[in-house]
Design a protein around this ligand. Structure first.
Ligand SMILES: N[C@@H](CCC(=O)N[C@@H](CS)C(=O)NCC(=O)O)C(=O)O
Length: 231
């Protein structure tokens, strides 16, 4: 019997769920969607009812809840073999899947959250307090985020100038699906222009973005958000 799959996600700009939509479309799997809209208190109760962690994305497969993007993608690929896509990860795919969340997002997410807080400091603190907070944020960004993220992008560029995909072969693997998110955020998303992205990385990303399943995934995500907005 075909499993029943529902994708749960937070309606945040530039959210990680686009990788899940992309994979599901690549694998040709049928799925339903459920958006959770963050309220004034942050994560909505509807998502907390689905997962105690209150993090997005989450998928529900035959009533079982699975979270962590890398783990979700790994299990989807293993369960749904498709031409041109690895069902079991190469060593490179495995490495890059971990690198995506464990190294790149480890730097990008705190940077984004602290950036949002930094933006609110002028409203919340005295002039002197805000100046101190801005200086601290700048120190964090310059000394930790920028230096590390640029080194990571250079590392990615070196690999992609020698390999067709993050899988290390002509097939796509979990490393490719996972790495597309931080690279897309840095090249075309909220951080566009903040870092130098090499030509091989840009070419790889543009090739992924040109895949019909990528566009179908984005369309499906937008439709789900539109339907939610009408409720
Ligand atoms: N490592 C987790 C990270 C999940 C995560 O942080 N998701 C973000 C959205 S992209 C989230 O739920 N943010 C809401 C919050 O932290 O309050 C994964 O890959 O799924």
């Amino acid at each position: 019997m075909t499993p029943s799959i529902t994708v749960h996600f937070l309606t945040l700009p530039g959210t990680r769920v686009d990788r899940i939509f992309w994979v599901l479309e690549e694998l040709g799997i049928e799925y339903g969607t459920r958006c959770h809209v963050p309220g004034k208190g942050g994560i909505p109760q509807s998502l907390k009812d689905v997962t105690k962690l209150g993090k997005s994305p989450v998928i529900e497969i035959d009533g079982r809840i699975a979270s962590e993007t890398g783990s979700i993608i790994h299990n989807l690929l293993a369960a749904h073999p498709a031409p041109g896509i690895e069902s079991s990860p190469s060593n490179d795919s495995y490495f890059w899947s971990h690198f995506s969340e464990g190294t790149m997002m480890l730097h990008l997410q705190p940077s984004r959250v602290l950036g949002m807080m930094d933006g609110a400091m002028d409203r919340r603190l005295s002039k002197e307090g805000a100046a101190g907070a801005h200086a601290l944020y700048k120190l964090f960004n310059d000394n930790w985020v920028t230096r590390n993220v640029q080194a990571q992008l250079d590392f990615v560029e070196d690999f992609l100038s020698r390999n067709e995909n993050f899988s290390g072969s002509d097939k796509l693997g979990e490393g490719d699906f996972m790495m597309a998110y931080p690279l897309n955020t840095l090249a075309y998303g909220m951080r566009a222009g903040d870092f130098k992205i090499g030509p091989a990385s840009k070419k790889w990303l543009d090739r992924m973005r040109a895949r019909p399943a990528w566009s179908r995934g984005l369309k499906r995500m937008a439709e789900a958000q539109k339907a939610q907005a009408k409720l």
